[in-house]
Design a protein around this ligand. Structure first.
Ligand code: GDP
Ligand code: MG
Length: 313
């Protein structure tokens, strides 16, 4: 294996065999804060977050490195009661495949709430037959913390989780304890990703998602759910990354809504996405957006895969 030309391993490289290495699938009903938790644990806003359901469409792993440990957090689309479109079916497959591949399952719920949709998500999480952990997220919203104990006894204890962590992805409460608990439960083994890598996706993926996030935050009703974003061109210039992104809408009439009067919607979403990308990449970004129509793409499995809404890559 080794040859004289080979560089010695960097001093900060992870050792071959770690005390704890493995992956955790974050699952739950839509909107409980799975993506926010991943971002808080990794310390970088890799996964897009909006107040709307169905923000996350594809699985995305964020990687946390600690001394002698690597924790791979796999974000998934929210578990839906029924899949109506090709896009819905694709999203459910993304969640199921994360559950099939992981070492541990982290079921995310909102502290103090346990709806029928949470119950269904818990059943899916339990069916993975992996050690189950539960994060009670959004404790910052729980006015009366005394409600937590009866809530856990009634709704959470029947899940027979290995551990339950009250947390807030918003303000960071309980996050260190959650991280320590997950890491301790991971088996020894080799690192899953090279040292320094923070995501299993490339920047093009994250940039396309960032554009979609900005549009979802700016648009209403059914429009945000009928958009897909792909990167058409990515060019590194000295001191500047130049990006062309295409926004696909499912019908002609949505085009004008996405562009907005005088291009206002597109302009606002573009500048929001650009600001976030500049922070993520640590470089100046030039972002150009194009709106295109791909009729009924949501109901077309091939289009879902092509427009980067599929779980390929
Ligand atoms: P996901 O659909 O489960 O991935 O949920 P997101 O991470 O997209 O979050 C859904 C909404 O809940 C967003 O508006 C977040 O800002 C909000 N949210 C997430 N975590 C917290 C939290 O700890 N506290 C509060 N108050 N809001 C949160
Ligand atoms: Mg999400």
């Amino acid at each position: 294996m080794s040859s004289e030309s080979e560089l010695p391993a960097a001093a900060d490289a992870l050792p071959e065999q770690l005390d704890h290495a493995g992956s955790v699938a974050l699952v739950g009903r839509p909107n409980v804060g799975k993506s926010s938790l991943l971002n808080r644990l990794v310390g970088v806003p890799l996964s897009i977050v909006t107040p709307k359901v169905q923000t996350t469409r594809r699985r995305l792993a964020g990687i946390v490195e600690r001394p002698a440990a690597q924790l791979v957090l796999v974000d998934t689309p929210g578990l839906l009661p029924a899949a109506a479109s090709a896009l819905d079916r694709q999203m459910m497959r993304a969640a199921q495949s994360a559950l099939a591949d992981c070492d541990l399952v982290l079921l995310v719920v909102e502290a103090g709430r346990f709806t029928p949709a949470d119950e269904r998500a818990a059943r899916v999480a339990g069916a993975a037959r992996r050690p189950l952990f539960v994060a009670l997220n959004k404790i910052d919203r729980l006015a009366d913390k005394r409600r937590l104990l009866p809530y856990i006894a009634e709704c959470i204890a029947p899940l027979h989780a290995a551990a339950v962590y009250p947390v807030s992805a918003l303000n960071g409460d309980g996050i260190a304890e959650l991280e320590a608990g997950l890491i301790a439960a991971l088996p020894p083994g080799p690192a899953l990703y090279p040292p320094g890598q923070i995501a299993d996706r490339n920047w093009q993926f994250i940039a396309a998602e960032t554009v979609r996030e900005a549009l979802m935050l700016r648009l209403h009703q059914e429009v945000p759910y009928r958009l897909a974003v792909t990167i058409e061109r990515w060019k590194e210039r000295p001191g500047l990354t130049s990006i062309d992104a295409a926004i696909f809408v499912a019908k002609e009439s949505l085009k004008g809504i996405v562009i907005g009067r005088g291009g206002e919607v597109l302009k606002q979403a573009g500048s929001r996405a650009r600001a976030k990308l500049e922070k993520l990449l640590g470089r100046h970004v030039m972002l150009r957006l194009w709106v295109r129509v791909r009729r009924d793409w949501i109901d077309d499995a091939k289009a879902v895969a092509e427009l980067g809404a599929g779980d390929c890559a």
